[in-house]
Design a protein around this ligand. Structure first.
Ligand code: G3P
Ligand code: MG
Length: 262
């Protein structure tokens, strides 16, 4: 099966940042723990100072690493990911901050390692490209991500998404067989269908508060897949799937949620 087929199914559950309720988010451990608990995983990708694609959600390193405890980095506030080289990021621990990890260290997850893992385990992955327009040209960002997908040979296992829709437009030029999804938070364009057609995306991802029946129906009838983030309540999952939402992004991959997804 290709991602394009998976995303058109109903009742799909995605592991948001990996299985982040039981493992530190966006780490290899969080991908390992998501096996058997979801239909695909979602991760966040951004670039290091020297252009390596690394898997991390926040623009800065404090929340999910031990950067503030490392002597050589003491003058590097505000600890922006894009101000650290790949070699520097490799020095950090991405696991100890997570309370359930009880001091267990986790190494940096690069997109390369994540994609190799997906391939080895026959999984599917949504790579959300974080908005790095303040630090890198759009083409540089998209080419770096595309190179990893090409090198790993996982075109059929990937869905690309971003709040920065220019990346999706750029991606279609070089990865024409990889599906893309426009991420929205809050309001959408008045002429949404025309806008999406022009972007050539296959899907839309909305925040839970902005997902309503009218919009979901309109998009599904127009042939788009619809995903909603972040949904941790089984009751809400049931409502969204009944509305026609194809997939939800969830932190809590428990059986109750999955019951409504099947
Ligand atoms: O891609 C869906 C969701 O992950 C978007 O929000 O901030 O968790 O990356 P965020
Ligand atoms: Mg994300």
């Amino acid at each position: 099966m290709k991602f394009l087929e998976l995303m058109k199914k109903k009742g799909i559950v995605a592991a948001h940042r990996g299985a982040r309720s039981i493992a530190p988010e966006n780490t290899l451990l969080s991908l390992q723990k998501s096996i058997g608990r979801c239909d695909f995983v979602e991760i966040d990708a951004q670039l290091s100072k020297d252009g390596a694609v690394v898997v991390m959600h926040d623009d800065t390193l404090q929340r999910t690493t031990d950067v503030t405890e490392i002597e050589v980095f003491k003058n590097r506030a505000p600890y922006r990911v894009c101000d650290f080289t790949d070699d520097e990021l490799l020095m950090l621990d991405y696991g100890s901050w997570f309370k359930q990890n009880s001091g267990h260290k986790e190494p940096l997850l690069t997109l390369r390692i994540a994609l190799e893992f997906i391939k080895e385990n026959s999984m599917f992955i949504n790579i959300e490209i974080k908005d790095m327009s303040n630090s890198f040209a759009d083409k540089i960002v998209v080419r770096a991500v595309a190179k990893e997908i090409e090198d790993a040979g996982v075109h059929e296992r990937v869905l690309l998404s971003s709040f920065r829709h220019e990346y999706l437009r750029e991606a279609k030029k070089i990865l024409f067989n990889v599906p893309t999804a426009a991420l929205f938070e809050g309001s959408v364009q008045d002429n949404l269908l025309e806008y999406l057609k022009d972007l050539e995306v296959e899907a839309c991802h909305f925040d839970d508060a902005s997902a309503d029946e009218k919009k979901v129906k309109m998009l599904r009838e127009a042939g788009y897949a619809v995903g909603v983030y972040t949904v941790n309540s089984a009751k809400r999952a049931k409502e969204l799937f009944a509305m026609g939402v194809n997939y939800i992004f969830s932190d809590s991959l428990d059986k109750e949620l999955k019951k409504y997804a099947l």
